[in-house]
Design a protein around this ligand. Structure first.
Ligand code: PEP
Ligand code: MG
Length: 761
């Protein structure tokens, strides 16, 4: 990058001179109030204004006059304006500067007699922003009709960044008051989203990729700062290039596109030049990056165009990346001190990243992207953490610390909710809790339909802490234990002893209820932090699950050995994921047999029974069903992957969400075919994908003859209520009469049936 403009090394410009003076003031050992008084005096002098005042945002969304040069001294700490009230309140509520030659005739002008403001005709004010948040307002006023220039506005904005640090120091107002109740837009917002894990949550926003707070704002040597910026740009671009070459698609289909956009934006000369201009006004490189971003946010916050909004969130993200490179912060502080009621906000995240957070403090997650069958959603459901996804424009609206309400029932996110929303939330929360109490009270009631068909409601699990959910929900067993989750949360590859310990504790906790252990299903979006792998073009269809286990048989042997040792005299159910060929199942089964033989030779106590099954996730299995059923003890349909491969639609791609319905004729016929083949061979078939936990999908599956469903624990209660209120024979007759219907039609027909027949959905 080359140096822009002439001021960088030469004469001090107005802004730089002012900043230099303010820097001297800030460095003096004075109380904060005295420094603020000195700052407004200095600004008034340097900007040739009769008045300069600083307002600080206090709890309750009130702007209090904290210091003034020019207005009546007795008004200090007395004059208070609500956010949105008067010109000062307007600047705060929109986080946007105002420059008015004739301020008194502006419709927003609010006259305060105690200040003596009637003397001043013109006004220029800027928000005091820190990490994108309004902390106050800085204003200058003149008696004459003064047309403030854009440069003067910029200068005041630059100085406001220093004032922000003074306020954030916590001396002027207590730090607790700084805990924001307001964001860049201080008004409440409602956004539509999709409930990917059910529930309600109230808490404060924690950004998965947090904003960075700056300590050094003012710099003496612009040339040095420009060099630093130059280096940061270079290293950021290199890092983006690395990401692009490494990209394994773990962020879903849009991930690469986002990276490419970043790479393009990083080349934007206009952006770099604006930062350089801000450096030339006397800021450090990092403060200059922040200032340009503040300006951009203020300018773009009212834009409705979804594409441009998306770009704003890209710019935020890119801005954070550039700051990290400038400040040498290369690790994401994923495990910071979290507030008690954290609501995690992210564009998207992987399942392992979610598991990094302290679950006790995590009340909810909201994602700009995300889909129901993405693994982050599955993990959230397993952890019973409400997750809303597909929330377009989220990142541009939410600031760290914003109060948030997640309403999974109505699929809405409220940012900075108003009092009436909070009241409505409390009512919904009570109703939800009442429903949960009733599910808990009914947990021991059999899951039998009105016409006497028993359904096995099993739960999916992946962590030891999930196991107590078995008794809490009254699930009949664990129909899918995703062993990879243990591997994902570990810091290194768990050895046989560690794995045996985990599996034994799962079986202990299950107290005799059946548990189906699925062997390692890593790859695709399930990554092990300690295992670096080569990038793949198409990881969902790549080297994953059983394919890895067969290519690295030592890993599979160790896992099976750990399961055999853990079962020791108890029933062992093993299931292999992503089987595409009968031969693959045979190879895996052979390894299991060898391990059983080895255990016997070593004198270990063998499992009481061993049942071996496979996941039906790859369509090719459909044409090998006779051979498959002849070999397995059971099959479980992984409808998440199966649907992704049948429809050729990435399960993690938010754009394809809802486009292909598993209730559409093609998928129904496929499932029916599998169930019928299972009956013909006398082998049980279950479904353990996300369909199984959706009451409407589950109704359709039951009508097709399915008797075992395995789902996230929070779905068990609602499913039991559905099963117990359903006459399956009636539903089967109804569906037979409907014939083949499109997915959406089938859904509305099923819903109508449920409504007319009192089925609890
Ligand atoms: C599935 O694919 O439906 C399944 C249950 O496995 P996972 O979601 O873990 O890939
Ligand atoms: Mg799967």
């Amino acid at each position: 990058m080359t140096q822009q403009g002439g001021a960088a090394g030469g004469d001090l410009t107005g802004a730089r001179l002012l900043l230099k003076r303010i820097r001297t003031t800030m460095a003096r050992n004075l109380p904060a109030q005295a420094r603020l008084d000195e700052v407004v005096r200095t600004i008034a002098g340097a900007m040739v204004a009769e008045v300069c005042s600083a307002y600080v945002l206090r709890a309750g969304e009130v702007l209090e006059l904290f210091a003034t040069e020019g207005l009546k001294a007795e008004a200090v700490h007395l004059t208070r304006l609500r956010v949105g009230e008067g010109l000062v309140g307007d600047i705060a509520s929109h986080a946007r500067p105002l420059a008015l030659a004739d301020a008194q005739h502006h419709p927003q002008f609010a006259y305060r007699p105690e200040t003596g403001e009637e003397l001043y005709q013109s006004l220029m004010g800027v928000p005091v922003l820190r990490s994108g948040r309004v902390l106050g307002v800085l204003v200058v006023q003149n008696k004459t009709r003064r047309h403030y220039t854009e440069e003067e506005v910029e200068t005041l904005e630059t100085v406001a960044m220093v004032v922000a640090e003074l306020i954030a120091g916590g001396e002027l107002i207590a730090r607790e008051e700084l805990t924001p109740v307001t964001g860049i837009g201080v008004l409440p917002e409602r956004m539509d989203a999709q409930a990917l894990a059910p529930g309600l949550a109230l808490g404060v926003a924690v950004l998965h990729q947090p904003d960075i707070t700056l300590t050094q704002l003012v710099a003496e040597e612009p040339l040095k700062e420009i060099d630093r910026l130059d280096d940061a740009f270079t290293s950021m671009k290199l890092a983006l290039d690395d990401l692009l070459t490494e990209d394994d698609g773990t962020g879903g289909g849009e991930h690469r596109e986002v990276l490419e956009t970043y790479r393009m934006l990083a080349e934007d000369r206009g952006w770099a030049n604006r930062i350089i201009e801000a450096i030339e006004s006397g800021l450090t490189a990092e403060a200059a990056v922040q200032k340009v971003q503040n300006d951009m946010r203020a300018r773009m916050r009212d834009i409705q165009d979804p594409y441009l909004k998306e770009r704003l969130s890209d710019l935020d993200d890119l801005n954070n990346r550039l700051l990290r490179h400038l400040l040498g912060i290369h690790e994401l502080p994923a495990l910071r001190d979290l507030p008690e009621n954290t609501i995690l906000v992210a564009r998207n995240m992987g399942p392992a990243e979610l598991l990094d957070y302290d679950r006790k403090r995590l009340k909810g997650v909201v994602l700009e992207e995300g889909t129901a069958s993405s693994h982050v959603a599955i993990v959230a459901r397993a952890l019973d953490i409400p997750l809303l996804g597909h929330c377009a424009g989220l990142m541009a609206k939410v600031q760290a610390g914003d109060p948030l309400v997640l309403d999974g029932e109505n699929e809405q996110v409220f940012i900075r909710p108003s009092e009436d929303i909070l009241q409505a939330f409390a009512i919904s929360m009570n109703a939800l809790q009442a429903r949960q109490v009733s599910y808990a009270a009914n947990r021991d009631l059999p899951a039998i339909t009105k016409d006497g068909v028993e359904i096995q409601l099993m739960m999916n699990a992946g962590l030891l802490i999930d196991v107590p959910q078995l008794s809490a929900t009254g699930a009949a067993g664990i129909g899918l234990y995703r062993t990879e989750v243990t591997f994902m949360v570990a810091h290194s590859f768990p050895d046989v002893a560690r794995q045996r310990d985990v599996y034994a504790r799962v079986l202990d906790g299950a107290e005799g209820k059946p548990v189906v252990f699925r062997t390692l299903d890593i790859g695709s979006d399930k990554v092990l932090p300690y295992w670096q792998r080569d990038a793949e073009e198409n990881p969902a269809m790549g080297w994953r699950a059983l394919r890895i286990s067969l290519d690295r048989p030592a890993m599979l042997r160790q896992q099976l050995r750990a399961m055999i040792l853990a079962a020791s005299g108890r029933a062992l159910n093993v299931m292999f994921p992503m089987v595409a060929l009968v031969d693959e199942f045979d190879a895996a089964k052979e390894i299991l047999d060898l391990e059983l033989q080895r255990a016997e030779e070593k004198g270990s106590v063998l499992p009481e029974t061993v049942r071996v099954g496979a996941m039906f996730e790859v369509p090719a299995l459909y044409w090998q069903m006779d051979e498959m059923f002849a070999r397995v003890d059971f099959l479980s349909v992984g409808s998440n992957d199966l649907a992704q491969f049948v429809f050729a639609a990435d399960r993690g791609n938010a754009q394809l969400q809802g486009r292909y319905d598993p209730l559409s004729p093609a998928f129904q016929r496929l499932i029916r075919g599998i169930i019928d083949a299972g009956s013909a061979h006398g082998k049980p078939v279950s479904v353990c994908g996300e369909m199984a936990g959706d009451p409407l999908d589950a109704m359709a599956l039951m009508a097709m003859g399915l008797k075992t469903l395995s789902m996230a624990p929070p779905a068990i209660g609602p499913l039991r209520a559905m099963v117990r209120s359903l006459d399956l024979g009636q539903l089967q007759a109804y569906m037979a009469a409907l014939g083949a219907q499109r997915g959406a039609d089938m859904r509305s027909s099923l819903r109508a049936f449920a409504r007319d027949h009192g089925v609890a959905l």
